[in-house]
Design a protein. Structure first.
Length: 126
């Protein structure tokens, strides 16, 4: 497998795992009442409740795995290539939030995502 294809596959895998982590964080945060987020004690209590949720720990695990894969990609390509291609996370978040969280995809979100894709293609071609 050519080196650049391997790097792109590593970036894709990293961003998909990262997206899964963000979705797990959001799903977990939806299960804890955020109405008492006033003052330091309110924030501390909220964080304590969040840390008792298994989804948070799964999210942390996804984030850690994503970073490990990201470092493998960085070891094989320039940061100026890896980072822009990593912007595909915007696409994955849009799709994942729609599928797993029921978030709506409106025209502006779609247009913004298409602009990101255009930028990724242009940078990848250099």
């Amino acid at each position: 497998m050519p080196s650049i294809v391997r790097v792109i596959l590593l970036i894709l895998l990293s961003e998909i795992v990262n997206t899964a982590g963000h979705i797990l964080f959001k799903k977990s945060s939806n299960t804890v009442d955020s109405g008492s987020l006033r003052g330091v004690s309110g924030h501390a209590g909220y964080i304590k409740k969040m840390l008792s949720k298994y989804q948070i720990w799964m999210g942390f695990s996804c984030q850690a795995l994503s970073v490990a894969i990201w470092i493998l990609a960085l070891a094989q390509a320039d940061l100026s290539f890896v980072f822009p291609v990593g912007s595909m996370q915007y696409i994955f978040i849009l799709i994942g939030a729609h599928i797993f969280l029921g978030e709506k995809i409106d025209r502006m979100k779609l247009l913004g995502t298409l602009l990101v894709v255009t930028g990724i293609v242009l940078i990848s071609m250099s």
